[in-house]
Write a protein that binds this ligand. Structure first.
Ligand code: ADP
Ligand code: ASP
Ligand code: MG
Length: 438
């Protein structure tokens, strides 16, 4: 069994939905994980924001625009009246739910339900389209087998048990469709795996049923060596190790959800990134194999906060690091990068939830300084301790750019630098030249 995930752009128009159908209709057993049609989740976020801002008229207008879009899609997607009616009934139903969520006070629970509608709609439309085309497929309900715990961590064992049982009921079926992104939480409420979460769904489903391969179909021909939204000349990477791909995803390569490599890696399932618009291209293959002693790619992540924690007596003051990290542990805050000196430790975090409380506790035994508006620049590859020459190439571009932090040696897979976000554009372009000659 393979898992094929198609992102928002890949199902973003009727033409793209037809192209996905052509890619998935064959004899190979598969579960197809779909995102919402492009623009939908952003529109739903906008509706939620309007409701939080107590501007219900704006929310109503956005809802109307989204509904009109789907009515247009249905007209174009289906040929037979029977299927047009069926799809229009789905839209009636989901938009009744959406409008219902706007009544009374809006809250986070309602917001999560609102955000789930995009994937529910896209998967139903695909299933109806397959039915109209005479293809035998089964629409799965991801809410029946995707669950997160109190700490927002997916429950893989639960998914594995549930999904295996569900699939057993359809022994003759080769094609399954499922929603990406959505899940239930520990209260049994509709929740999600955070923005871009459909990649994570695909990887979790793959791990849950020990799939042969997980394919991430998107709008670009694989993981590139640098961020194509910022740098003009980038090129696809043919092969990456799980570690390299995980670092790139975690440190900002938007093409993969930050956590999506882990489940696949845990079950040693190859992940392939492919382009829906150019399916003949080889894309990127991610496996346990480490290939080539070289720098593979650069990624950048914004909204980073650096915390400098100074102690009067760090040198020989054992226990300081333990005390410091216990504070982060207490607030379940993951620290991305760490550097130390004789008297101070700097760490980075990527959101400011509970930051006030963390700072207050740190101040009980140290002085604390906070820097905001920073970006990490992460250089990833097989950077063995005995490879020569990379330091010069990495640091050359920083002649006129101040560096806030440098981290290397935690693993041989990455060098991480911290700069003010205003320099990110320049840094990524200069590094592209010095490391890749592009
Ligand atoms: P999908 O909707 O299919 O999930 P995303 O927009 O989430 O697609 O991810 C694909 C996009 O990621 C690309 O169009 C590209 O702009 C962006 N991207 C950022 N960094 C990289 C990278 N290193 N390699 C490829 N794409 C990247
Ligand atoms: N639709 C969700 C989002 O836009 C999930 C995804 O596309 O992966 O974030
Ligand atoms: Mg994505």
């Amino acid at each position: 069994m393979k898992i094929l995930k198609f992102g928002g752009t890949s199902v973003g128009s009727v033409e793209r939905i037809y192209a996905v159908r052509d890619l998935i209709v064959n004899d190979e057993p598969k579960i197809v994980v779909l995102s919402a049609m492009s623009g939908t989740t952003n529109a739903l976020v906008g509706i939620g924001d309007a409701l939080y801002a107590k501007t219900p008229d704006k929310a109503k207008q956005l809802i109307q625009e989204l509904e009109t879009k789907y009515r247009g899609v249905i007209e174009e997607l289906f040929q037979q009246d029977e299927f047009k009616q069926k799809a229009n009934r789905l839209i009636d139903n989901q938009f009744d739910i959406i409008r219902g969520l706007c009544e009374y006070l809006f809250n986070e629970r309602k917001e999560r339900r609102l955000l789930a509608q995009g994937e529910i709609i896209s998967t139903h439309l695909m299933q109806y389209h397959l039915e109209e085309s005479g293809v035998n497929s089964v629409l799965l309900d991801s809410l029946e087998f995707m669950r997160i715990d109190v700490h927002d961590e997916p429950d893989l064992e639960y998914s594995s048990e549930k999904l295996t049982k569900i699939l057993e009921q359809y022994a003759d079926t080769k094609l399954f469709i499922a929603q990406g992104y959505i899940c239930l939480n520990s209260f049994g409420e509709v929740d999600n795996l955070k923005r871009g979460g459909s990649d994570y769904t695909a990887s979790l489903i793959g791990a849950a049923i020990q799939a042969d391969e997980i394919q991430i179909w998107t709008d670009i021909d694989g993981m590139h060596n640098n961020d194509p939204r910022i740098v003009d000349k980038t090129r696809p990477i043919a092969e990456l190790s799980f570690e390299e791909a995980a670092e790139l995803a975690y440190f900002g390569a938007k093409i993969l959800h930050p956590a999506c490599v882990k489940p696949a890696q845990s079950k040693n399932i190859p992940v392939r990134i492919l382009n829906t618009m150019k399916p003949h291209l080889q894309g990127t293959l991610i496996t346990s194999k480490v290939s080539g002693r070289e720098v593979k790619a650069i990624a950048a992540k914004d909204n980073i906060i650096a915390i400098k924690i100074k102690s009067g007596r760090m040198l020989m003051a054992y226990g300081f690091l333990r005390k410091l990290f216990e504070v982060f542990e207490k607030y379940r805050k993951s620290v991305d990068t760490v550097t130390t000196s004789e008297v101070a430790v700097s760490v980075t975090i990527d959101d400011d939830k509970n930051l006030d409380k963390i700072v207050a506790e740190l101040q009980e035994f140290s002085t604390v300084e906070i820097d905001r508006d920073l970006s990490t620049i992460c250089i990833v590859g097989d950077l063995m301790e005995d490879t020569y020459g990379y330091a010069r190439k990495i640091f050359q571009p920083f002649e006129d750019i101040p560096i806030r932090m440098i981290s290397y040696g935690g693993s041989k897979n990455n060098v991480t630098l911290l700069v003010k976000t205003e320099y990110k554009h320049t840094v990524l372009n200069l590094l592209n030249k010095s490391l890749f000659n592009l």
